[in-house]
Design a protein around this ligand. Sequence first.
Ligand SMILES: Cc1cc2nc3c(=O)[nH]c(=O)nc-3n(C[C@H](O)[C@H](O)[C@H](O)COP(=O)(O)OP(=O)(O)OC[C@H]3O[C@@H](n4cnc5c(N)ncnc54)[C@H](O)[C@@H]3O)c2cc1C
Length: 427
Amino acid sequence: MNKSHGDKEMPRRKMIKYGVQSAALTLIGNAAASSITAEPVKRISRKTKSGKVVVIGAGAFGGWTALFLQRKGYDVTLIDQFGPGNNQSSSGGETRVIRAFYGSQQVYFDLTLRALDLWKENEKLMKKKVLYQNGLLVFVPQEKDPSVEASIPMYKNAGLTFEKVSPADAAKHWPQVNTKDLDHVMYDKTAGYLLSREACQEVCGLFVKEGGTFLQQRVASYKTDSGKCIEVSLPGGTKVGGDEFVFAVGPWMIRLFPELSKKIRVTRQVVFYFAPPDGESDLIENKLPCWFNINQKGIVDLYGIPGNEHRGFKAAGELTDMINDKFDTYDRYYNPGELKFVQDIVANRFPKMKGRPLIEHRVCQYTETPDSDFILDRHPETKNIWVMGGGSGHGYKMGPSMGELASQIVAGEKEIHPTFALERLLK
Ligand SMILES: Cc1cc2nc3c(=O)[nH]c(=O)nc-3n(C[C@H](O)[C@H](O)[C@H](O)COP(=O)(O)OP(=O)(O)OC[C@H]3O[C@@H](n4cnc5c(N)ncnc54)[C@H](O)[C@@H]3O)c2cc1C
């Protein structure tokens, strides 16, 4: 999808334009090159570390980080103000796409494949199935789409296929889809979707089962002494001390670390659920792969996930509607123009959905970095604070691989990856 769905080179739909702000502050990053390789999946228990780590935020990034730190042997406390996968967090939606289609961005391709292994491995320990590999269709009207073409060699090198299907063959396989205005359809059968809010709860459940401590509390502040964080404070005066502190707080990072608000923007995103046609439907609950729609300008203008615990036919575009520090105070409505935009594309691509009623909508936010690359770095002034986030519109799927990487970095086993360094945001 576009950059917010993960790819610098994938064009981005702009329904509302924004300006990129510049940063005046200079912070010292400490990024050093390190590679993210698809390691073989290791045995789950590997308790060799000691010390206390506090992780703040039980979304996709914080929850998995806490779990992997706990598995290393640390004494971990995970704190979230509203609970894992809550409705105000970015991880709180019903579903999120998992796909390795990332244009030429090898780092995210590798992280996604690693995440896929980790999702599969850990799903076996969860009480619920959360990963559905129903594939991904990319609807391409152009003869060649640069992001599609750039990704094909990566699939090949990894022994996977990203298959080019003619409009006629696609119409035979997926008669629900209008392919008449397309040059071709790309099919990635390893892709699919994750039950996002429920998986956050499952990850937290595993974390507690494996000995971690979860607190549903708000971290009001943190206290430093001689360049080190010594504790976080909860309302009511309770303090939680530790040796290392990971802040994976989604958009709340601009409050806890105001210097980041100069470059990070928080955008409002709307997801629509429409009523499927009456009777047996081939448009929902895994009867169809997930899909990205590329428009005539070469921009991914809409995506959908046809499996949402029976909530209906899900379709969403991507908005550049900045809400910034209002992210937890605004009313979560949609605008009529946004609904019409989505309905028009859906009606063209899925003719049976034409005129079907809207039955639900959800609004949440992306925490976007200017390059849509994530953040995973040491705080420049407080060396035992780690800042993790900037998941933009594509972070969820990589919760496990980013959580694993964060645990290795905190443990001193890996260096910070330059792609995720704070320095780039603040120089
Ligand atoms: C509509 C939409 C569609 C998306 N689609 C996809 C997709 O298809 N595929 C994909 O991979 N990604 C997708 N994403 C992106 C993905 O969901 C995010 O990148 C990811 O969920 C970010 O996770 P996070 O842990 O950084 O933040 P969050 O999920 O926001 O978690 C942060 C947590 O920190 C807690 N917190 C904050 N401050 C405090 C405090 N002071 N004390 C205690 N707790 C605190 C919050 O309560 C929250 O639970 C989508 C996002 C949206 C909004």
